[in-house]
Ligand binder design. Structure first.
Ligand code: DGL
Length: 286
């Protein structure tokens, strides 16, 4: 008898976490996915730890009630500020993006010096620095608050974004961190800027993306627990599977948003790379 597919809940403050969903679906194509974007209350990156924890725990409960067997906190800010609270509140495994990102960055750094770019709240929490130091790396965390709105504006290859990113990176790769050899993307939106960041970062610097690292960690975790052994499909098949799931509404891929479903569809499609057909609006009562 075949086991029912695992259902993976993916939580983010908005559409940015779709970069994590993309990576997960590419590595674990036969899982069911429930994606929750708290679009009515974003951005999380400028909010207090207490507020983010309250919002994130509420959303995590919702995904568990919808049938998630495993929860991935795609939002770097929510992971940085609320992972212990979310884990304590739920009876299912919860994976955040910071430990996998720190693992991959530490493994990639010969200089043992990593520059982390993230939201203001993630940087203020020093969650990445703690995890990197625990892995023997020094970390320079740099808040880049202008990058999220620029990505949401669709300016992923725009001169203004290039100039802004250049200023941030010049400030980040300075002083004691001039020789840092890893740039860790610690925000859901930054994978969309990867080509631009690559073009303005020295070739000697490896770019590590926490979305990709997290998907690899979740796939490894599932393989270990043998719930859902990952059988990575070729990229074109993964994409086709996602698109097919989206065309034929099925439990395979379900989207929830706390603000307008239409806005989520329009913006989310850019993060996911293809049209999102159906989004359910949810109103989380506090
Ligand atoms: N999802 C957030 C993160 O990865 C970025 C957007 C926000 O500030 O809500 O940190």
């Amino acid at each position: 008898m075949t086991k029912p597919a695992i259902t993976i809940g993916v939580f983010d403050s908005g559409v940015g976490g779709l970069t994590v969903l993309r990576e997960l679906a590419a590595r674990i194509p036969h899982a069911n996915y429930l994606y929750f974007g708290d679009t009515a209350r974003l951005p999380y990156g400028s909010k207090s730890a207490e507020t983010v924890a309250r919002y994130a725990v509420g959303a995590a409960h919702f995904l568990h009630q919808q049938g998630a067997d495993l929860l991935v906190i795609a939002c770097n800010t929510a992971t940085a500020l609320a992972l212990p609270q979310i884990r304590a509140a739920l009876p299912i495994p919860v994976e955040g993006v910071i430990e996998p990102g720190a693992d991959a960055a530490a493994a990639a750094s010969s200089a043992q010096q990593v520059v982390v770019v993230a939201t203001q709240a993630t940087v203020a929490s020093h969650a990445y620095r703690r995890e990197l130091e625990a892995r023997g790396c020094a970390a320079h965390e740099k808040a880049c608050p202008l990058l999220v709105p620029l990505v949401e504006e669709g300016w992923t290859d725009h001169n203004v974004t290039r100039q802004v990113a250049q200023i941030y990176l010049d400030e980040a790769f300075a002083g004691a961190f001039a020789a840092a050899d890893v740039l860790l993307l610690g925000c859901t939106h930054y994978p969309l800027l990867r080509p631009l960041l690559r073009s303005i970062t020295p070739k000697s610097v490896t770019i590590v993306d926490s979305a990709e690292s997290t998907a690899k960690a979740v796939a490894a975790h599932l393989a270990q627990s043998a719930n859902c052994p990952p059988q990575p499909a070729p990229a074109h098949q993964q994409e086709a599977a996602l698109q097919a799931a989206e065309r034929a509404p099925s439990p395979l891929l379900q989207f929830y948003a706390t603000d307008s479903a239409e806005k989520f569809k329009a913006l989310g499609s850019r993060f996911l790379g293809y049209a999102i057909a159906h989004v359910e609006h949810v109103d989380l009562k506090e």
